[in-house]
Structure formats: structure tokens, C-alpha cells
Design a protein around this ligand. Structure first.
Ligand SMILES: Nc1nc2c(ncn2[C@@H]2O[C@H](COP(=O)(O)OP(=O)(O)OP(=O)(O)O)[C@@H](O)[C@H]2O)c(=O)[nH]1
Ligand SMILES: [Mg+2]
Ligand SMILES: [Zn+2]
Length: 308
């Protein structure tokens, strides 16, 4: 590397303003430690893992490179900050803790609006086989890709190889569902990084704190800390966008009398009929109407601060 040359790579780790950037030299992967140049921070952009960046020599022996530019992001999630995600592995246990399907549906909706492919992984199938089968069928019928994981039959590297390809995938879901267990087993890492769920606080004892990208075939995977709630309103979701999280309703809605049918009480709505025929799951429909109604009732609060 000559001084003044500019290189390009992907941020895989960021701790205290020092970023690890993976780049290619003569067909081989190398890692560079980089600081961020002031103008990047001044533009209001803080580098995040997953960012594709340009960098050059800094002259500082401690942090030898400096990030000079960040490519436009194809997607961004804020908590934890990860840029250019192409896949979210939505991980929910079928028991211990019981699956929070309201949270799952909210995340499916956000994935759809953010153009990130969701893949649902139901863990702990060993603890409640019947419930596992039931919710798998609900989400498979709704059109989603669903995988099941248990200690006897964990999700394998091969199951995810083509799904992730050369993209970036992140685990996401509540605490204690087994994200780190699965991520570590996929990466062949020490299982000691996960632990028993504490009975009192229902969290993994070795709860994941810092987030980094790990190489996975031609792409990356990352583990993330669990979370318990998510506000669609805070995410800037409009009531008219709720249907993006319900492809099975959208695909039948062409039969409704009104183009802007909300599928709640309108005359000529075919969705209630589809419900009684079992074509749409009642739980999914109830969550759709409750998100719609809540966002509709609060619409004056968020219209002025909706993301463009
Ligand atoms: N029975 C059963 N237990 C599991 C399975 N997967 C994980 N566990 C256990 O669930 C507990 C929590 O697992 P973690 O991997 O720490 O959960 P996590 O989702 O990373 O939790 P946070 O980091 O707090 O978000 C551990 O005791 C695991 O051994 C499974 O498929 N079946
Ligand atoms: Mg974890
Ligand atoms: Zn309708």
C-alpha cells in the first residue's frame, strides 16, 4: 500500500470509534484498523458495521487508516446499528419464552418496508412440538420462509448458505430465544458464550452486547442482543403500509369492492369470508387490524415526522 492510495472495504466491527474494515489484497482478505474522518461525522453519518467504505493511510501508528467516505446504504437498522443488511433471521422460540407473535408480525412489516428479506427461525421445537408445527404452518401459509431449530436438529450452515449468499444477515428477536446458541454453532464458536436462561429475568445469562460481522461463506452473519418491544409508530410506519406485512391478505384483497378497503368493516370485503374459510389465520388478521387501528387513530401524531 502506498501512502495516499484509497482502498475499499466493509466495516466488520466498531468499538470506541475504531473500526475494523475487511478489504481484499491480491485476492485475499485483510483487515485494517480505521478511524473516521471528521467530515463523515459532520455529515451526520456515524459509520456502522456493514457500511462499505473508502479508506486511506492516516499517518497515525495507533490507528493506521482513516475512513474517508461511506457508500450510500441499501438498508439501515438503528438498534443495534447495522448497515446494508440483506437478510434478517427473525428468531423466536416456541416455548421458554413463549413466542411473541405481535413482535414477530411488527418485524415482518418493518423488513418488508425496509427491503430486507425476512427468514423466520423457530427455536426450541423440542419443548413444544405441537405449537411449533402450528405456528410454522401459519407463517408458511402466509408466504414466509420458515426454518425450525432444536438441539436434536439445529439449523445448519447449509440451510442458510444460499439464503445469505454474499449478503449480510443479522439474527434478531427476543432475549433468551437461542440466537447466540445458533449463531455460535453456525460459526463453530465456543458454546460457553451462551448460558442458561436466568429464571428471574428470563434473559440469556451471557447476553450478547457488542455486535460484529462474522464471515459466512461469501457473506456475513451477526448476532444481536435481544429486545422485547418495538413501536411501529416510532418506526414511522403509516397505517396504509400495514398491509405490506400481510402478503396473504394483500393477495386476496383484489376481490374487495373498494380499492382502499381496510378489510375491517367495509361492505363487499372478501377478507372476512376468507377468514371463515380458514384461508387467513385469525391471529394474523387480529394483529393486522390492531396495528391498523392503532396507527390510524394516532395518525396526526406521526404524519409530520414520517421518514421520507
Ligand atoms: N431446549 C432448547 N433450549 C435452547 C435451544 N436453543 C437455545 N436454547 C437455550 O436457551 C438459552 C438462551 O440461549 P441464548 O442463545 O443465550 O439466547 P439469546 O437469544 O442469544 O439471548 P440474548 O442474548 O439475551 O438475546 C440457553 O440456555 C440455550 O441453551 C433449543 O433449540 N432448545
Ligand atoms: Mg445472545
Ligand atoms: Zn377488504
Amino acid at each position: 500500500m502506498a501512502n495516499g492510495d484509497t482502498f475499499r472495504g466493509v466495516i466488520t466491527k466498531g468499538v470506541g470509534g475504531v473500526y475494523t474494515v475487511r478489504f481484499t489484497v491480491s485476492g485475499k482478505y485483510e483487515f485494517a484498523l480505521c478511524a473516521a474522518r471528521g467530515n463523515i461525522r459532520l455529515k451526520g453519518i456515524k459509520p456502522a458495521i456493514g457500511d462499505r467504505v473508502s479508506f486511506m493511510s492516516s499517518g497515525d501508528p495507533d490507528i493506521p487508516y482513516v475512513i474517508t467516505d461511506i457508500e450510500e446504504r441499501t438498508s439501515f437498522i438503528a438498534r443495534p446499528p447495522v448497515a446494508n443488511l440483506s437478510v434478517i433471521l427473525l428468531t423466536f422460540s416456541v416455548a421458554d419464552p413463549a413466542p411473541d407473535l405481535t413482535l414477530l408480525d411488527k418485524m415482518l412489516l418493518i423488513c418488508s418496508i425496509s427491503d430486507i428479506k425476512p427468514v423466520i427461525i423457530f427455536t426450541k421445537g423440542d419443548l413444544n412440538g405441537d405449537e411449533c408445527e402450528r405456528i410454522c404452518s401459519v407463517y408458511t401459509k402466509a408466504g414466509y420462509e420458515v426454518l425450525v431449530s432444536s438441539p436434536q436438529k439445529p439449523v445448519t450452515k447449509n440451510d442458510l448458505k444460499d439464503i445469505i449468499g454474499d449478503g449480510i444477515a443479522a439474527f434478531a428477536g427476543p432475549s433468551g430465544v437461542g440466537k447466540s446458541t445458533l449463531c455460535n454453532s453456525l460459526l463453530g464458536l465456543d458454546i460457553m458464550q451462551t448460558g442458561e436462561v436466568s429464571a428471574r429475568i428470563k434473559r440469556g445469562k451471557h447476553t450478547t452486547r457488542h455486535v460484529e460481522l462474522h464471515e459466512f461463506y461469501d457473506g456475513f452473519i451477526c448476532d444481536t442482543p435481544g429486545f422485547t418491544s418495538l413501536s411501529l409508530e416510532d418506526q414511522g410506519i403509516d397505517y396504509r403500509d400495514v398491509l405490506y406485512g400481510y402478503p396473504e391478505i394483500t393477495s386476496l384483497a383484489t376481490g374487495c369492492r373498494f380499492d382502499d378497503c381496510s378489510h375491517r368493516k367495509e361492505d363487499g370485503c372478501v377478507i372476512r369470508n376468507a377468514l371463515s374459510q380458514g384461508l387467513i389465520d385469525h391471529g394474523r388478521y387480529d394483529r393486522y387490524t390492531s396495528f391498523y387501528t392503532e396507527l390510524y387513530d394516532n395518525r396526526n401524531n406521526y404524519r409530520h415526522r414520517r421518514k421520507q
